[in-house]
Design a protein around this ligand. Structure first.
Ligand SMILES: [Zn+2]
Length: 467
């Protein structure tokens, strides 16, 4: 084999020019390791990419490493397994628990969508088929291999990984990868320094890196400081007899919102009205967050464990957890002021769709968007002032008040990413910027070059870079 074929490379199989589909393939000789194995989400042209075959045979991949449980980082795993991948999937303990819930839910959605497409007669497949099914998701879960933080483990020939807390969601890590003598750092999604429950992201372990592969979701902007907008919006709505709908990502955002609501109620800043958590996946995730607190996990802030161990930081007594669809229906178009937190966070699926359909046409209600809204989603359309949105083939008028509150973000912004990277003791060989929408990754890459003086590049989809 030539030297060229033996020198380690990284190929970008997603999250290049977009924030979804994180998949990075490390290759050297016959060794192949994938870091993250995410699904494309958002615009149809992106979603269709989930059907494109990989440029390699999945059976040739030796191992997969996951940074965290979000679908855009793990959602392609069942498809990889279905297509022949038989290796171990390495991740942290809570990522394993959360990813299992997320993958099974994803399989259910894939199957339901295929059935719906069959009924409506639209699909590029005839008969319509699911990207993967529950059995594929269960098979993927059986290949999970949970690892502790801060422990160097060998996962393939000349390949070692170490997970470090990234403060993004429970279980989330940035990952140090040693691959055939090259030292790499994958940021995954980097959190912020003031998550109400999770410890701050670790500093970057000392020493020289050959490459840093960094996210850039908010690389072109800074988060707004925390304001009173959230409580103002709630109070205004309650005063006019309306209710508040908060579409929220099931994992982490729901927990962050619940903590905030409890604090506001405790301080008397908003009334103690019922809070409904209406997402089966969010409730399962909530149980894992409670488990993390009660078991004194090192991922949880010590002050939270001290104050809340075996108590409930998520409720002041007004939280109602709705598990069944029948229970969910009892809060359709609420007549008494209440707060409904439901997934998905961008209004694209899940129970929140029914609530949007019921509540958007009424002026008295308010929809508060608290997370990143990708291009092409209903959430993004609402933030951009749409006067009607399409739902299941029908146009629904938007009369409710729409608020967008950015301060809940669990992604570092441009300044925070740069500040974190500066904790690196030596300039890396190169920085490869991914996980940003078109133009954002380039903007952030330019900033790394000008501000830090480091070599930086935003790879395009499919690009292979020598390490
Ligand atoms: Zn994430």
């Amino acid at each position: 084999m030539s030297n060229e074929a033996q020198s380690p490379t990284i190929q970008f199989l997603g999250a290049a020019g977009t924030v979804t589909g994180s998949r990075f393939l490390l290759a050297c000789g016959s060794t192949k390791v994938m870091v993250d194995c995410g699904m494309f989400q958002g615009l149809k042209e992106l979603r269709l990419k989930n059907w494109n075959p990989l440029p390699i045979d999945p059976a040739e991949v030796n191992a997969v490493v996951l940074t965290h449980a979000h679908l855009d980082h793990c959602g392609y795993l069942p498809k990889l397994v279905k297509d022949g991948f038989r290796g171990d999937i390495h991740m942290t303990q809570f990522t394993a628990k959360l990813a299992e819930v997320i993958l099974l839910d994803s399989a259910r959605i894939q199957t339901e969508d295929a059935k719906y497409a069959a009924k409506k007669g639209y699909s590029k497949h005839n008969p319509p088929k699911a990207l993967y099914e529950e059995a594929d998701a269960r098979k993927a879960v059986s290949q999970f291999n949970a690892q502790p933080f801060h422990t160097r483990v060998q996962i393939a020939e000349q390949t070692f990984v170490t997970f470090h807390p990234s403060g993004h969601i429970l279980g989330a890590a940035f990952v140090e990868v040693e691959f055939f003598g090259k030292r790499l750092l994958f940021t995954g999604d980097l959190g912020r320094e003031h998550h109400p429950l999770l410890v701050n992201p670790d500093h970057i372990p000392a020493g020289k890196y050959d490459a840093v592969i960094t996210e850039s979701t908010y690389g072109d902007r800074e988060h707004v400081p925390v304001t009173t907008d959230f409580e103002v919006a709630i109070n205004k709505t309650v005063q006019r007899g309306g209710s508040i709908l908060i579409p929220a990502f099931a994992v982490d955002r729901t927990e962050v919102i619940l903590v905030q609501l409890r604090e506001l109620m405790e301080a008397g800043k908003i009334p103690r009205i019922p809070v409904y958590a209406d997402s089966p996946m969010a409730l399962k995730a909530l149980a894992f967050y409670r488990q993390a607190i009660d078991s004194s996990s090192a991922e949880i802030r010590p002050e939270i464990i001290e104050k809340w161990k075996n108590k409930d930081p998520f409720s002041i007594g007004t939280l109602v957890e709705l598990t069944s669809v029948d229970e969910s229906k009892t809060i359709n178009d609420p007549q008494q002021p209440c707060i409904i937190i439901s997934a998905s966070g961008m209004g694209t699926g899940g129970r929140v769709v029914h609530h949007l359909r019921n509540m958007l046409p009424k002026e008295k209600h308010t929809v508060i968007l608290v997370g990143y809204q990708a291009v092409g989603t209903r959430g993004r359309n609402l933030v951009e002032g749409a006067t009607e949105v399409k739902m299941r083939g029908e146009m629904v008028p938007v009369k409710a008040e729409i608020e967008s509150i950015q301060s809940f973000s669990v992604h570092a912004d441009g300044d925070e990413l740069i500040a974190w990277m500066q904790t690196e003791t030596e300039a890396p060989g190169q920085v490869l910027v991914v996980h940003g929408e078109a133009g954002v990754a380039e903007t952030f890459s330019d900033r790394i070059k000008s501000q830090l003086g480091w070599k930086s590049h935003a790879p395009h989809d499919g690009e292979i870079v020598r390490l």
